[in-house]
Write a protein that binds this ligand. Structure first.
Ligand code: PAF
Length: 280
């Protein structure tokens, strides 16, 4: 596995792989790799011969300084996971090389970023779109893989690629869950025993709503309220529960297959998000 630390090295490597006829996939991450990331890597390997994983804790996307300061960093383990997963190249830029003092550019997607995570975490999405633009520009991948867990992020990044004519196929990999249903997230390590137990109510609520949908319920209120009831005893600080169209992220009054039920809440200061896509 090649480890590269500058955008220049990455674009040289990517160009030479392309010249040798290899298809290139990019898996952008902020490190603290877990089973969810392993699955992104696996999906990438099904689509491309040369898989690049990037690890960069992107300060720009943290609207709360403390969240950035306490974000888990497990570099040695991350490198070992990438090696054992058969990753072709690991891109680990320093903060200085990513954002030198003279850095003055920001990439913004309007509309899709106005609600949900965008409303609750001002500046978050411009941090994400700016760093992902830099990552895809340097790596020039054929495809980029992102997890379903950050559903709004995926929708925003897909719009970014379309609007800027960036020729990258966006692939969404399914959310990986613990046995009890909790969606894997790097933030889960910060949950204490009690919050970890409470957090399970999120997936319980979402899957209950999915089973209502599968038994024929379509009215949004009837699909959302049971989630609120299941979660509200355990999670006092629910930010949003909404059913939206998967492309526009606009509310729907009647749910259809393909629509998404989004959830966000805070448990002991830790923000947790999850979602399910309605299916028959
Ligand atoms: O989903 C993440 O881990 C981050 O938002 C991403 C896409 C790597 C950008 O920093």
């Amino acid at each position: 596995m090649k480890i590269v630390e500058t955008a220049r090295e990455l674009s040289d490597l990517s160009r030479s792989m392309r010249q040798s006829g290899q298809k290139i996939a990019l898996v952008p991450t902020m490190g603290a790799l877990h089973g969810g990331h392993r699955s992104l890597i696996h999906v990438a390997q099904q689509h491309a011969e040369f898989v690049i994983v990037s690890i960069f804790v992107n300060r720009l996307q943290f609207n709360i300084e403390e969240d950035f300061a306490t974000y888990p960093v497990t570099l040695e383990d991350d490198i070992a996971i990438c090696r054992s997963s058969g990753v072709s190249a690991l891109y680990m830029p320093s903060s200085e090389s990513m954002y030198p003092e003279s850095f003055a550019t920001s990439v913004e997607v309007s509309g899709l970023t106005a609600r949900f995570e965008g409303a609750s975490r001002p500046g978050h999405f411009s941090g994400v779109t700016t760093v992902v633009t830099k990552l895809v520009t340097a790596s020039a991948p054929d495809i980029a893989i992102f997890g379903q867990k950050d559903f709004q992020q995926f929708a925003v990044l897909r719009k970014l690629m379309t609007d800027l004519d960036i020729p990258v196929d966006m692939v969404m990999a399914p959310t990986i869950r613990e046995e009890d249903g909790l969606a894997l997230s790097s933030r889960n390590v910060r949950l204490n025993k009690d919050s970890r137990r409470r957090a399970v109510s999120i997936s319980q609520g979402l899957f209950h709503s999915l089973s209502l949908f599968q038994s024929g319920v379509r009215d949004t209120h009837e699909l959302v309220e049971p989630v609120r009831q299941i979660c509200s005893d355990e999670i006092k600080n629910i930010d949003y529960i909404a059913i939206v169209d998967a492309q526009t992220l606009e509310d729907v009054s009647e749910a259809h297959a393909g629509d998404v039920l989004l959830f966000a809440g805070t448990l002991d200061g830790i923000r947790l998000i999850d979602n399910i896509i309605f299916c028959a």
